[in-house]
Design a binder for this molecule. Structure first.
Ligand SMILES: [Zn+2]
Length: 338
């Protein structure tokens, strides 16, 4: 069996705070004089009995982790380490999403908060060889006007190169907010050429995906795993070229499916879904990028050819230049031929 760490791949769904190494979280908490919930430090986080999982626990721990990020240095460190960790896992491109709102008060506003992330993404692209693009993500729990402000900020920093804003997202609890009210923000982003990268179809099912399709015009869906409940809709999504950023470890940690083997990865794969496996929030799910490919192999019995096809899917679904994609696809062929 081939080494999944050296399988070339991309990483298209990773949150800024959720990417943090546990050791970094602990150090930043000490520096900031903040006491963390023990669950964040015991290496278990959301690896708890099924009844204790779910969004509430996740949000509480996520907020606690985010609270330690209070300096420019901390923000730069998170981006740098995310790129380094991706490089160590065979990732060729990282599309990291950040909502600058939470960090803005500590660094002088929304614009500096985003510019710090972008500047470090540029530097990390150079030093690690991983292309790092940035997705600005609004939150469903805030007012839709805040999303418009973020969309305008994203547009001002948009571009195709490393360390530029490549897309606009919508994150947080899918059950919060009215999807249609975020449509104007996505219109601002899409009209300026940014990809539309909202979450959808993880906690909620096909009806939620329909609403996201109608109002936000997604380029890809964050998750979309619940399309397994409606294969006719999945077919429409796939025909429209919309890929799913699947994060099996997240689905289990949030209680959407009881175990990794229950995540309908094979159903989606065999139904022709465009899939990009991603870690989402490795800090909380205690499961990194390569672990998602390990789940495909070990829990879903996928052989190396099938796993390589998942990696190809991640490359095709990325927002990288076509020349880069061709190069990485050839590297995947070489991995499979080795
Ligand atoms: Zn996510």
């Amino acid at each position: 069996m081939r080494d999944l760490t050296t399988l070339p791949k991309t990483h298209l769904h990773l949150h800024f705070t959720g990417s943090m190494r546990p050791s970094t979280l602990a150090e930043l908490a000490t520096d900031a004089g903040i006491r963390l919930p023990p669950a964040l430090l015991d290496g278990q986080a959301l690896r708890v009995p099924a009844g204790e999982r779910g969004w509430f626990r996740f949000q509480r721990l996520y907020d606690a982790a985010r609270a330690v990020v209070r300096t420019e240095a901390a923000m730069r460190r998170i981006v740098r380490e995310a790129a380094e960790d991706d490089a160590a896992e065979g990732s060729r491109r990282l599309e990291i999403q950040v909502d600058p709102t939470s960090y803005a008060p500590f660094v002088g506003g929304l614009t500096p908060a985003l510019e710090i992330v972008l500047d470090e993404a540029r530097a990390a692209s150079r030093t690690t060889g991983v292309e790092v693009g940035v997705v600005v993500a609004a939150s469903r729990t805030r007012h839709p006007l805040d999303a418009r402000t973020l969309a305008r900020l994203a547009v001002r920093h948009s571009g195709d190169g490393p360390g530029e804003v490549i897309g606009f997202g919508l994150s947080n609890d899918e059950r919060r907010g009215d999807t249609s009210e975020f449509a104007p923000a996505f219109t601002i982003a899409r009209q300026a050429g940014l990809a539309s990268l909202p979450h959808g179809g993880e906690l909620l099912g096909p009806d939620h995906v329909r609403s996201v399709l109608t109002h936000l015009g997604p380029t890809r869906l964050g998750h979309g795993v619940r399309l397994a409940d409606d294969l006719a809709l999945l077919e429409k999504v796939s025909e429209a070229g919309i890929a799913l950023e699947l994060a099996p470890a997240s689905n289990v940690a949030l209680g959407v499916y009881p175990t990794a083997a229950d995540v309908p990865l094979r159903t989606l794969h065999e139904a022709g879904a465009r899939i990009a496996l991603s870690a989402d929030d490795p800090l909380l799910f205690v499961s990194r990028l390569t672990d998602q490919y390990r789940i495909a192999r070990e829990d879903h019995g996928m052989d190396d050819a099938a796993v390589a096809e998942l990696a190809r899917g991640s490359v095709r679904a990325s927002l990288a230049a076509e020349s880069s994609k061709r190069h990485w696809l050839a590297e995947i062929d070489a991995w499979l031929a080795s």
